[in-house]
Every structure is written in structure tokens, then in C-alpha cells.
Design a protein around this ligand. Structure first.
Ligand code: APR
Length: 267
């Protein structure tokens, strides 16, 4: 029994479904439409309770590792919106800086600025076969099983976001992470977003390689996995451009750490 218990706890290592998830989801949904994004990314009015019902239906009363991407199709179809041209920003391995750069949809639009991403961002959820259909004590992580409820969701969300992009897109990656190459074909970007771009509408991918201040520049434009990225983008018929820490990014980095050597050199 002890061995079984250890097994169960190590497989279900993540917290359970976010408490009050329904209320959080529906509250975020009205907030998105009426306040936060109502001038930046206006959308035709969506019924938030209906969206919750579709989202809930996708994973509830299913075992947590038995939720396919297709389960979310109806929800994604209902919640999707069109994107403003020339504004889509993808990111991989670098969440905070990418979101400072996009500035809540003002400079660029990330998946998390769309209704689909905004409603689910940083929530945890998974199903169980018994009432109430969600497990509030423990959920598996996305590495625990191939058909994990939130991984299936985020892969569908990424696919939907990429398909909506129009005009040149930007991709921000991290060239200074010793544990993660800048471009990985098995990332969400590599698996769902790059292949999901509609090349008749997206002529180019502008890659921004960022380097944390004071960190070693492990990969820069023109070397390492950025060569593979260039090949993958061009093989799909799009133009590739690449910049290492352009001024627009340097200023953001230096605003946070003005005393860094690179920031003083830039003066
Ligand atoms: N399932 C669930 N979460 C995952 C998975 C997965 N298979 N893979 C990664 N994550 C988590 C990571 O822990 C991280 O917090 O998703 C986040 C993004 O992972 P990264 O490795 O940083 O980048 P990437 O896999 O390319 O995903 C980011 O996809 O989310 C969309 O539009 C978004 O362009 C962005 C890209």
C-alpha cells in the first residue's frame, strides 16, 4: 500500500483544479470583454456562461489523462476571435520579457491576450469520472501522460492562435538558457504554432533572440538552433529575419537593471 501511495503521489505531483475555477473563468470572461481588452481587442459579444459550459464539457467527467485536443474544438471555435494584422507575437522559453514587450495587446498580441488564452492562463484543471467531474485535490502534470487535459487544451489554443495570425509575426526566444535551446521542434511553438501559420497570410517571421543582462550569449542569430529555425521557417515559404537584443528589448531590460554593464555601454 505504501508503494502504491508513493506511486500515486509522485504521478499526481501538481496541485488540483484551481478552486472556484468556474467563477474565475466567467469573471475573467466579462472582465476581458467589458474592461481590460474592450478597446484594445474588441470582440463580438460572447456569452461567458456558455463558454464555460463548452470548456467544462471538454474535460469534466473524463479521466485526467484521457482528454484529446479535439474535445476542446467546440469551445475553441466559439471563443476564437480575429487578430489585428501585423501584431501577433509568439514566444518560446521566455514568458516575462515577451509579455512586457507585448504590453497587454498594446504593442503586440500574444496568445494570453486573446480570450482563449486569457481565460485559461495560469489555471490548473483536470477531470475525474465522479461528481463534480473535476479533481480539486491533484492533477497530473503534462509530462505525466500524453493526453493530459491542459496540454491538449494549450495545443489546441496554440493552433487556433497561429491560424489567426495575419501579416509578419514576431517570435521571441531566449539565447541564454543553459537548460533549453532557443528553438525546440518539440515546443508548443515548434509543434503547433510554426506549422499552424497560414503562409498565404504570413509572409515573414521576425525572430528576436534575447540575452539576459550579464548572461552568456549561448546562441545568437546565425548559430545553434537558430539555424534550424531559419531552415524550418524558410522551408515553409516564409522569410526569416533575426535580431539579437534589439534596442526595443535592451531598453526594457535596462529599465529593470540600469546599473548593468551593458546598459552603461549603451549610453
Ligand atoms: N503542456 C503544458 N504546458 C507546457 C507544455 C506542455 N506540453 N510544454 C511547455 N509547457 C509550459 C511550460 O512550462 C511553460 O510555462 O508552457 C509554457 C511555455 O513553454 P515554453 O517551453 O516556454 O515555450 P513553448 O512550448 O514554445 O510555448 C510557448 O506556445 O503557449 C503558446 O503562444 C504561446 O508562443 C507561445 C508558445
Amino acid at each position: 500500500l505504501l508503494a502504491a501511495l508513493v506511486l500515486v503521489t509522485s504521478a499526481a505531483s501538481r496541485q488540483g483544479t484551481t478552486p472556484n475555477i468556474k467563477e474565475v473563468f466567467i469573471g475573467r470572461c466579462w472582465d476581458y470583454q467589458e474592461i481590460r481588452y474592450n478597446t484594445i481587442l474588441p470582440i463580438e459579444q460572447k456569452n461567458c456562461s456558455h463558454l464555460w459550459d463548452l470548456f467544462f464539457k471538454a474535460f469534466s467527467y473524463h479521466a485526467p489523462c484521457d482528454v484529446r485536443q479535439v474535445n476542446y474544438d467546440q469551445y475553441l471555435q466559439e471563443a476564437k476571435q480575429s487578430l489585428p494584422a501585423n501584431k501577433a507575437l509568439f514566444w518560446s522559453g521566455i514568458y516575462n520579457l515577451a509579455h512586457q514587450f507585448s504590453d497587454n495587446g498594446i504593442n503586440y498580441v500574444t496568445l494570453e491576450d486573446t480570450l482563449i488564452g486569457y481565460l485559461a492562463n495560469s489555471l490548473t484543471w483536470c477531470g475525474q469520472e465522479n461528481y463534480p467531474g473535476m479533481n480539486f485535490s491533484a492533477c497530473p502534470t503534462w509530462t505525466d501522460c500524453p493526453l493530459e487535459a491542459s496540454e491538449s487544451f494549450w495545443s489546441g489554443a496554440s493552433t487556433t492562435f497561429a491560424a489567426a495570425a495575419i501579416g509578419p509575426v514576431v517570435l521571441m526566444v531566449d539565447g541564454s538558457n543553459p537548460n533549453k535551446p532557443a528553438y525546440r521542434r518539440d515546443s508548443f511553438f515548434g509543434k503547433y504554432e510554426l506549422p499552424g501559420l497560414n503562409v498565404s497570410k504570413v509572409p515573414s517571421v521576425q525572430v528576436i533572440v534575447t540575452h539576459a543582462l550579464g548572461a552568456v550569449k549561448l546562441e545568437v542569430c546565425g548559430n545553434g538552433t537558430l539555424v534550424t529555425l531559419q531552415n524550418d521557417i524558410e522551408a515553409r515559404g516564409m522569410t526569416y529575419t533575426c535580431d539579437d537584443n534589439p534596442d526595443s528589448v535592451m531598453y526594457l531590460l535596462c529599465a529593470e537593471k540600469p546599473d548593468c554593464r551593458e546598459c552603461k555601454l549603451a549610453k
